[in-house]
Ligand binder design. Structure first.
Ligand code: ATP
Length: 284
């Protein structure tokens, strides 16, 4: 936590190593987020406009939020988080005000990443209804479009170029959704969400790495074979694998408060009792 030009900001502590699997995706994010922020002067020198917005989509619990935080950590960027669902439920005008205010604070604390969770709630396709009544979602979407365009404009204003570079460069919007097909087309163009990345459920190697990440601070028994557990948890999301590790520890202590290690039995008990949210039909 630090204070930058009067704005209290947080730089997340999550590192790339704290995310199991997703090697290629992490590399793409590094290129799109870390490089432009760390080398903004080089981008500016060559007149290259970096990516302004990235849309992460994929099933819940598979690390979209964690990836955004790791990207912010790696770039040492301030992290601002917004939830589409929360904005939607606010009183008339309050959601737009919070959106504008967040972009304003992000500018002051740049380099910044604005993470927009459940973006589909706000960024859903417009139109469809013939009434002239403007919905909450439409007002929020139009505010978001204005703010995102504001980030881009800074690059094309030669007169204030130096100032704009200093003030605006290094702000990136990362949005997450489980329903990318519902996002309004106006957001999916250059200067807005120019990069769309799919965050899949973990494959075998990914599950093994996630299990390793979430047991690295635990004392686990020599009989625990994380590879075998990874093979037996095909439908599990990252969040569920994290839950499995935590629960195994809790059950071990519940059965024996003097336990010195979490042995395989407890992983098996918990694995048998957990029902993954993803179904085979969803992944085939
Ligand atoms: P949602 O769509 O529900 O918001 P999400 O895709 O943003 O979910 P996260 O919130 O990033 O998912 O992940 C949930 C939890 O699962 C986190 O606490 C994170 O530690 C863990 N997790 C998920 N995927 C991984 C991974 N690949 N490596 C390590 N931990 C993971």
């Amino acid at each position: 936590r630090s204070i930058t030009r009067g704005v209290t900001v947080e730089i997340p502590k999550v590192t790339w190593e704290g995310i199991g699997g997703l090697k290629d995706l992490k590399k793409k994010l590094q290129q799109a987020v870390e490089r432009p922020i760390k080398h903004s002067a080089a981008f500016s020198r060559l007149g290259i406009s970096p990516v302004r917005g990235i849309l992460l989509h994929g099933p819940p619990g598979c690390s979209k939020t964690t990836l955004a935080k790791a990207a912010a950590h790696a770039a040492q960027a301030s992290f601002f988080s917004l939830s589409g669902a929360e904005l939607y439920l606010m009183y008339v005008g309050e959601g737009e005000a919070l959106l504008r205010n967040t972009f304003q604070r992000a500018r002051l604390a740049a380099p910044s990443i604005i993470f927009f969770d459940e973006a589909d709630v706000v960024a859903a396709k417009r139109g469809g209804s013939s009434s002239s009544y403007i919905t909450v979602g439409e007002r929020l979407l139009s505010t978001l479009l204005t703010e995102m365009d504001g980030l881009e404009e800074a690059i094309f204003l030669p007169l204030i170029h130096v100032y704009a570079h200093f003030l605006f460069n290094g702000i990136l919007v990362l949005a997450a959704t489980n329903r990318p097909h519902t996002i309004d087309a106006a957001l999916m163009c250059p200067g807005r969400f120019d990069l769309v990345l799919y965050v899949p459920r973990p494959d075998l190697e990914g599950r093994y790495e996630i299990l390793r990440v979430h047991t690295r601070n635990m004392k686990i028994g020599l009989d625990v074979d994380l590879r075998r557990i990874a093979e037996d948890t095909e439908l599990f999301t990252g969040a569920e694998l994290e839950g499995l590790c935590r629960e195994a520890g809790i059950v071990a202590l519940r059965e024996d408060i003097t336990a010195t290690v979490v042995c395989d039995r407890y992983f098996q008990i918990v694995k048998g009792s957990l029902k993954p949210t993803l179904t085979r039909a969803e992944i085939d």
